[in-house]
Design a protein around this ligand. Structure first.
Ligand code: PRT
Ligand code: ZN
Length: 289
């Protein structure tokens, strides 16, 4: 297809809509309000944003109607196929596709699911799980409101997305096993276009890596006596490389600066303070390249 502008599909409204737009904004991609409720143009890049139902993203990628998409791993895996691949896990929209049974039903292992009717809106993933476990159960396909099926008598168990577990608890259901751990992912067609759009895809993926790394990274700054600095540096989480500079007016006091790629907790800071560090400062990072 000869199309010059890159297209990125995201959920129009729903759980992934806002975090997807925010991630793209952190990658320098800000979009004007939609002209027609479906397509938004980027301010200063040859990129369009398509606002769609999450379920439509995999097929649009497979057909080449868009180049990148943000969608739940559960949706991508449910629709299956080799034409579309997960490029990056994005760290938001976390949930799990799990099997739950009525609270008072006995359950020791997956073999207790044999012969049950299990309601789900993810039949392919459930069928694959049952086949893996060698269990014969009946899959009841429902588009929504899966969790009320046992109360209505249309199923004996459910296979549904869970995040806090509150919905299962409210329906007197007990989570017994996980079928798939999910979160929002960046997906694309398995083969990238060879034209300029292919290069733009690579640039955007690199920027997403930078944005993800930055959001989990912190810049740590502190001052300490030179004699204590080796011990203090060894207390930094993730053993980052450090920059040590002398402070004005003396050789004994130095300043340390380091980018930590994992969480810097109060406990880390307190340990460094005990080792002699002063004026500890932890700052968020915005971009890393
Ligand atoms: O309109 P469109 O088709 O685009 O939206 P949708 O209604 O299909 O999707 P949406 O916005 O509900 O979910 C989009 C994606 O968010 C899902 O495909 C998952 O990848 C992810 N996600 C993360 C979740 C949840 N957490 C989640 N908790 N999707 C649904 N739920 C539902 C779940 O089905 C259950 O009804 O929330 C309930 C359980 O939540 P807890 O917190 O009570 O356990
Ligand atoms: Zn949907």
């Amino acid at each position: 297809m000869s199309r010059e502008r890159l297209r990125i599909a995201v959920q129009k409204s729903g759980r992934l809509a806002q975090p997807s737009r925010e991630l793209l904004a952190r990658c320098g991609l800000e979009f004007r309000a939609a002209r027609d409720d479906l397509v938004c143009r980027a301010d200063d890049a040859p990129v369009d944003l398509l606002l769609v139902r999450d379920d439509d993203v995999p097929a649009m990628l497979a057909a080449g109607d868009c180049d990148l998409g943000i969608v739940g791993r559960n949706v991508l895996a449910e629709q299956g196929g080799d034409a579309v691949v997960e490029r990056r896990a994005l760290g938001f929209g976390r949930c799990r596709l799990a099997i739950a049974v009525p609270r008072d039903r006995e359950y020791a292992d997956a073999s207790d699911l044999a012969g049950l009717r299990i309601a789900t809106s993810h039949p392919a993933l459930l069928e694959a799980f049952l086949a893996r476990e060698g269990i014969a159960a009946r899959v009841v396909v429902l588009a929504g409101s899966v969790e009320i099926a046992p109360r209505l008598g249309t199923a004996d168990a459910v296979c549904d997305l869970v995040s806090s577990g509150a919905t299962l608890a409210a329906n007197a259901l007990r989570e017994v096993t996980t079928v798939l751990d999910s979160e929002a992912v960046l997906a694309s067609a398995a083969t990238a276009p060879t034209c300029a759009r292919g290069e733009l895809i690579a640039t955007i993926v690199q920027r997403i890596d930078g944005a993800l790394a930055a959001s989990s990274s912190r810049l740590v700054m502190l001052q300490a006596p030179r004699a204590a600095i080796a011990t203090i540096a060894s207390l930094l989480p993730g053993s980052p490389r450090t920059t040590i500079t002398s402070l004005d007016g003396g050789n004994d006091e130095v300043a340390l600066q380091a980018v930590c790629r994992s969480a810097v907790t109060w406990a880390h800071l307190e340990a460094m303070q005990r080792a002699g560090a002063r004026d500890l400062l932890v700052l968020p990072t915005e971009k890393l390249l």
